[in-house]
Design a binder for this molecule. Structure first.
Ligand SMILES: [Zn+2]
Length: 211
């Protein structure tokens, strides 16, 4: 019988951490009182590993607006799963070099295609409205495309009659998360490809074989 403590179901994996000795870092999901909580874990015992994991955890709090749950686990303030978003928060947090100081992303991007700045405004109740600044030109069409990208990345709801609006089903604001997802929203196809590649790699790596 194994006496390994239950760490949960692995939902994402960085198989080689470029910032710390190529170790594997996994993101695990557990249920605490019926609510999903997340654990960042590695099987590596290299010196400095704990510090590295703590840095990833702190960066996830900043990038995703996550908060501490019991036992150093992470949760969204709303208590919901946000299954796709949590993976993005994890992957992006692992990309940050330990020397740098991670700050939350602004709710504004520069959209290369339209040449406009695009902002997301929180309307409360988990609703966000996208707007272009500067020359509108191609703006409205781009807004619709970026809103769809955002909705896909964040598993948000969209509206046929309000193409500039997206909503989190949990009904709560996630400003940091929107800032993070907004960066990739104009280029969703590439993002989904990356997610699939990571998933494929996760399947290939045996959980016990990562040192
Ligand atoms: Zn939520």
């Amino acid at each position: 019988m194994s006496h390994t403590p239950f760490i949960g179901k692995r939902i994402e994996l960085v198989s080689m951490d470029p910032h710390f000795h190529d170790i594997s870092i996994g993101l695990y999901e557990q249920q605490h009182q019926g609510k999903p909580v997340y654990l960042v874990h590695t099987y590596s015992h290299k010196e400095g590993t704990e510090k590295r994991i703590n840095f990833v955890v702190e960066t996830m709090k900043t990038f995703g607006g996550l908060e501490s749950a019991d036992d150093g686990l992470l949760q969204f303030p709303c208590g919901e799963q946000h299954a796709l978003a949590i993976k993005r928060v994890f992957l992006d947090s692992c990309k940050v070099a330990p020397q740098s100081n991670a700050t939350a992303h602004p709710l504004r991007i520069h959209d290369k295609k339209s040449g406009c700045d695009v902002t997301a405004e929180s309307l409360g109740n988990g609703e966000y409205r996208l707007q272009t600044e500067g020359d509108p030109g191609d703006g409205p069409r781009r807004i619709a495309a970026i809103a769809r990208g955002l909705a896909k990345l964040g598993e948000m709801e969209t509206y046929d009659d309000q193409i500039d609006k997206v909503t989190f089903a949990c009904g709560q604001s996630h400003d940091a998360l929107i800032g993070l997802l907004l960066i990739r929203a104009p280029n969703v196809r590439a993002v989904m490809r990356e997610v699939e590649m990571m998933a494929a790699r996760g399947v290939l790596a045996a959980p016990g074989a990562q040192q």
